[in-house]
Design a protein around this ligand. Structure first.
Ligand SMILES: [Zn+2]
Length: 194
């Protein structure tokens, strides 16, 4: 994977996360202030808070793993007394949703070393792949791509294929072909770093 490209996407993601957290905290503070004074928060205020939470949920998906983002952004907020409980809760909720959905997809992000080790016994793809072209898969970069846009790099035992990332934002993702009549691609593991 191209190192400068990965660095650039990581930096862009971090900038987005930082900016959105700042806006989210501000929105949560306003809603909290209303509640503190025994007032019902305005519809606008609540809508703003929810839309900032949605934005952050999108921003945390990218080349920087969620556990790294948690350590760099969420934990300092939780540990600081500059932020109120409502603000902390608003940010924490987003991270917990992202972590839960990450576990649901079953895609494990591993180091480049571990990735190479796991695909070592693979061979040049030789299975018929024309029927997979229109299927999509969860890439290690955090996005979904069409099979037809990714290059099959290796074939592994058990109907598994290692696919490249069309955005070059990940080293590769190992997908397993599942289903007989309704075929789908289930991502197992992938790597984004060096
Ligand atoms: Zn990708």
């Amino acid at each position: 994977m191209i190192a400068w490209f990965r660095k650039m996407s990581e930096r862009a993601q971090r900038q987005n996360v930082e900016r959105t957290i700042e806006l989210l905290v501000r929105a949560a503070k306003e809603v909290d202030l209303e509640l503190l004074h025994g007032r019902t928060p305005s519809e606008d205020g609540r809508r703003c808070l929810i839309s900032m939470q949605r934005a952050l949920l999108v921003d945390v998906v990218g080349p920087v793993p969620i556990d790294v983002l948690r350590k760099d952004y969420l934990e300092p907020i939780l540990a600081s007394d500059r932020f109120g409980e409502g603000e902390k809760l608003a940010v924490r909720h987003v991270f917990e949703s992202a972590e839960k959905s990450g576990r649901r997809t079953g895609l494990e992000i591993v180091s480049w070393e571990e990735f190479k080790r796991r695909v070592l016994m693979g061979w040049s793809p030789r299975m018929g792949m024309s029927i997979y072209q229109a299927l999509s898969f969860d890439c290690a970069c955090g996005e979904r791509h069409l099979f037809g846009q990714a290059a099959p790099l290796k074939e592994l035992p058990g109907m598994r294929l290692v696919l490249s990332c069309p955005r070059l934002a990940a080293n590769g993702t190992c997908v397993k072909v599942k289903g007989l009549f309704r075929i789908r691609l289930e991502s197992e593991f992938g790597s984004v770093g060096d």
